[in-house]
Design a protein around this ligand. Structure first.
Ligand SMILES: Cc1cc2nc3c(=O)[nH]c(=O)nc-3n(C[C@H](O)[C@H](O)[C@H](O)COP(=O)(O)OP(=O)(O)OC[C@H]3O[C@@H](n4cnc5c(N)ncnc54)[C@H](O)[C@@H]3O)c2cc1C
Length: 431
C-alpha cells in the first residue's frame, strides 16, 4: 500500500477529463489537468450534446450537487422520444418517451456544449492548467510518472490519465499499435435558429429528435430549446452558486443562446464529390441542398435557410478493437482510446462512463486498495463499455449510409412495422 496521498495527472480537459477531475476534486484526491487550449474559452462553439442516462449518472456522481442542479436547470427539453421519418416527413415510428417518474440522474438531457464546459470547469481554477500541450511521458523507477509539455515544463504524479481525445498522444506512446480507421461516413451539420421566423416548421420537427431515412443518405435533427427563460434560471441557481463561492454570471453566461434545431446530414463518402474536403459553409450547404430532390419542402428549407457560418463538415473515425494491455500507472479514457462516429451520440457518454468508473476505482485506492489491480478492473470495464459503443455507432453509421435501395426499403419497412406494433417496438428499443 502506498504511503503518500495519490496524485493524479490528467492530460486533456475535454468532457471526460474534466468530469473525472470534478469527481476526484470532490473526493479530496489530488488532481491536476493539463489542457493544450490556451484559455477556458478558446473553443466555445458547438452543438447540443445528447446525454444519455449513463452520462447523466456520471455527471451526477462527479459534479458537486450545486453544479448538477445547474446542468438540470439549463438543459433543453429532450422531447418525447425520437421520431423516424421519411424524406416526405411521413412518420414511420416514434420511439416511446421514457417514464416521467425517473430520478434526475436517470434521465436523458439535451445540454449545450458551451454550458457543459463552463460547468465542468467551475471551481477547478487551481486544478486545470491551460496552454499545456503534452508531448510525452516517462515512467520513473520509483513508481511515479512524469508528463512533458511543449513549454519545457513537466508534471509528476502517481497516475497519468490520457483524456486527450481522438488523436491522443498518450495512447500513441502507451499503445503504439492501436489503430483508427476512417469510418465510412461524412457528416455535414448546421444550426437553424428557432426564432419567430421559424413558425413554418412542422411541430414534429420542433418538438423532439428525428431520424430522417430517405432513399439515400440520412438526416438527423434535434431541437435545443431551454425549458425556462435565462432570467428564471439565473434566479434559481444564483444563490446556491454564490453560497459556495462560485460566480453564477460566469457559469451561466451563455444561457441566453437562442434555441435552435441542430441537423446533421450523413452520406457515404464515395458518393460525394472529391473536393468535399475543401468546402466550407455555403458550399457545404449547397452540396446538401443538391441532394434533396423529392424531399419535403420544409426539410429543404431547414437546410437552405440555415446560416452558412454554422455549417461544418465532420469526418468520422472509429477505433479498431484494442485488446487489454498490461496495466501500468498510465491509463486512458474516452475518445483517447475508443473514438467513434458521432451517429447515435454515444462518444461523450462513453467518456463520462469512463470518468465515473475511474473515479470510483481511485476512491477505492485512497481507502487502502492497491492501484494497479483497481486500474486493471477499470480498464476492463472501460474497454467493454467503450467498444460496445464503437460497435453500435459504427452499425448506426452503416445503416445511415446504406447504398442498397433494397436494404433501405427493408429498413423503412422495419421501422414502419415497429411503429405499428407497440410490443415489437418495445422489444426492439426497450434498452
Ligand atoms: C458533431 C458531433 C456531435 C456529437 N454529439 C454527441 C452527442 O450528442 N452525445 C455524445 O455523447 N457525444 C457526442 N459527440 C462525441 C463527443 O463530442 C466526444 O466523444 C467527446 O467529446 C469525447 O470526450 P473526451 O473527453 O474523450 O475528448 P475531447 O472532448 O475531445 O477532449 C480532449 C481534450 O484534450 C485536449 N488535448 C488534445 N491533445 C492534447 C495534448 N497533446 N495536450 C494537452 N491537451 C490535449 C483537447 O484540447 C481537448 O480539450 C459528438 C461529436 C461530434 C463531432
Amino acid at each position: 500500500m502506498s504511503t503518500h496521498p495519490l496524485r493524479v495527472i490528467i492530460v486533456g480537459g475535454g468532457i471526460g477529463g474534466l468530469c473525472l477531475a470534478q469527481g476526484l476534486h470532490a473526493a479530496g484526491i489530488s488532481v491536476a489537468v493539463y489542457e493544450r487550449d490556451i484559455a477556458p474559452d478558446t473553443r466555445l462553439q458547438g452543438y447540443r450534446l445528447n446525454i444519455e442516462p449513463v452520462g447523466s449518472r456520471a455527471l451526477h456522481d462527479c459534479l458537486p450537487p450545486h453544479l448538477w442542479e445547474v446542468l438540470v436547470a439549463t438543459a433543453g427539453d429532450p422531447g418525447p422520444g425520437m421520431g423516424v421519418l421519411t424524406e416526405r416527413l411521413r412518420l414511420l415510428m416514434r420511439e416511446d418517451a421514457p417514464p416521467a417518474e425517473l430520478d434526475s440522474f436517470e434521465r436523458t438531457y439535451a445540454v449545450s456544449r458551451i454550458t457543459l464546459r463552463r460547468l465542468l470547469l467551475a471551481g477547478l481554477d487551481d486544478v486545470v492548467h491551460f496552454g499545456k500541450e503534452f508531448t510525452g511521458y516517462k515512467q520513473n523507477p520509483n513508481g511515479t510518472v512524469t508528463a512533458f509539455f511543449t513549454d519545457g515544463t513537466t508534471a509528476t504524479g502517481d497516475l497519468l490519465v490520457g483524456a486527450d481525445g481522438a488523436r491522443s498522444r498518450v495512447r500513441r506512446q502507451l499503445l503504439p499499435r492501436a489503430k483508427h480507421h476512417q469510418a465510412l461516413g461524412v457528416g455535414i451539420g448546421g444550426k437553424f435558429p428557432l426564432g419567430d421566423e421559424a413558425a413554418w416548421l412542422p411541430q414534429k420537427m420542433t418538438s423532439t429528435k428525428n431520424m430522417v431515412l430517405p432513399k439515400r443518405d440520412f438526416l438527423f435533427t434535434a431541437v435545443f430549446r431551454r425549458q425556462e427563460s435565462s432570467a428564471t434560471i439565473a434566479e434559481r441557481v444564483g444563490d446556491p452558486l454564490r453560497a459556495v463561492g462560485l460566480n453564477p454570471a460566469l457559469i451561466i453566461q451563455d444561457i441566453q443562446d437562442d434555441d435552435y434545431i441542430m441537423w446533421a446530414y450523413v452520406a457515404h463518402p464515395h458518393t460525394l464529390p472529391v473536393d468535399v474536403t475543401g468546402r466550407r459553409g455555403q458550399q457545404l450547404r449547397d452540396l446538401v441542398a443538391s441532394r434533396l430532390a423529392g424531399w419535403h419542402p420544409d426539410l429543404r428549407q431547414l437546410i437552405t435557410r440555415t446560416p452558412a457560418d454554422s455549417i461544418e463538415k465532420f469526418d468520422f473515425t472509429a477505433a479498431a478493437r484494442v485488446k487489454p494491455w498490461p496495466t501500468t500507472n498510465v491509463t486512458l479514457l474516452g475518445d483517447a482510446i475508443h473514438p467513434m462516429p458521432p451517429v447515435g451520440g454515444l462518444g461523450g457518454n462513453a467518456a463520462l462512463f469512463d470518468a465515473n468508473a475511474l473515479r470510483r476505482a481511485l476512491i477505492t485506492v485512497t481507502s487502502g486498495q492497491e492501484l494497479l489491480p483497481e486500474l486493471a478492473c477499470y480498464e476492463r470495464a472501460m474497454l467493454k463499455n467503450g467498444f460496445a459503443a464503437v460497435r453500435a455507432a459504427t452499425l448506426y453509421l452503416r445503416l445511415a449510409t446504406l447504398r442498397s435501395r433494397t436494404l433501405r426499403a427493408a429498413a423503412r419497412t422495419f421501422f414502419r412495422l415497429c411503429g405499428a406494433v407497440p410490443s415489437l417496438r418495445r422489444a426492439v428499443f426497450a434498452d
